[in-house]
Design a protein around this ligand. Sequence first.
Ligand code: TYC
Length: 109
Amino acid sequence: MTDKNQEDSGIEEGTGLATKTRPATKKPSLYRVLLLNDDYTPMEFVVEILVRIFRKTPEDAARIMLHVHQNGVGMCGVYTYEVAETKVAQVMDAARRAQHPLQCTMEKE
Ligand code: TYC
């Protein structure tokens, strides 16, 4: 096989032997980033977080914030481990600086 990212036919060129191999690439695990409701963080702060850190439109951000407000928890997005970890840290840091009790966590999809 010439391209390691390509599925091979299972027939090795030249030898005629059946040598079907697994693809060389693996899909990374994905993680949901969740926002948790609390009684004190201002709605506007949560919307700003969703726009700035999760790149939501103001409309989507308001919808997600209200979902969390009404249901206790809601999803901000699905990311690879390192991206999810970074976004959780950015939210927790922004909340700490602003002295809001906002909590953000991640879970394997
Ligand atoms: N419940 C908060 C309020 O009434 C708003 C809020 C929404 C807080 C979402 C956190 O993740 C959250 N001010």
